[in-house]
Design a protein around this ligand. Sequence first.
Ligand SMILES: C[S@@+](CC[C@H](N)C(=O)[O-])C[C@H]1O[C@@H](n2cnc3c(N)ncnc32)[C@H](O)[C@@H]1O
Length: 252
Amino acid sequence: MSFNVAATAYDRFMGRFSGPLSVGFADWLDVRGGSTALDVGSGPGALTEVLADRLGAASVIAVDPSEPFVAAIRVRLPEVVVFQASAEELPFGDQSFDLAVAQLVVHFMSDPQRGVGELRRVTRTGGVVAVSVWDFEGRRAPQSTFLGALLSVVPDADDEVGRAGAHRGELVSLLEKAGCRDVEETEISVTVTSATFEEWWEPYTLGVGPAGAQLVALDAERQELVRQRCLELLGTGPIGTTATAWAARGIR
Ligand SMILES: C[S@@+](CC[C@H](N)C(=O)[O-])C[C@H]1O[C@@H](n2cnc3c(N)ncnc32)[C@H](O)[C@@H]1O
């Protein structure tokens, strides 16, 4: 599993993007005190931390199937209750939360429709269900440049474009099919700057997520070809990466 990795590696690879994305997502959802929230596929806690800051840690519960991420979030946010579980089988009763969110998770679910249905099931009537996924189709994910370079070396590589939620309107469709009403979609962008090319490249060598896992599975010669292609495309730095996610919310 490409998320059976250290939380520190995740943070260097994706947490640097999902941290600022969490702030934009919580702002769009207008998260404010007095509500309870469930963070599904919390990872090491980028969005969980923002929710805990705004709602109070006792009002937030996190869920993730990755053992190292569950362990990390327990250390980072000791007052937040964390469960090791998957979206498709949430260990909560019906209508338990005011808000259920899954940031950058739908595209990893083995059954996205069932997972989104579970988010709706555990949300109270009138509560909000919200999901987000990078715009892989528009090549606006943080790793889109890398994936393009990977494809030039490995033509049958997974560029993640075919994943659930990676196209405009797909998250809306998942929420509507799950039974949510008044579903809305937006896009949220973040920009992260790497001082040098090496700082930009190094996180890919940590084997995190589908991009990193595909790189470390290559022999050294092909890894170097991918690195050289990225260097040609980006230069030596500084490198500013703007990434955009589709976000959708609906009412139960
Ligand atoms: C890209 S990370 C996003 C983590 C976090 N939400 C963030 O924004 O940083 C994807 C997360 O989804 C989790 N995940 C994968 N499959 C899942 C599933 N079926 N149900 C819930 N979480 C899942 C992974 O363990 C990982 O933590």
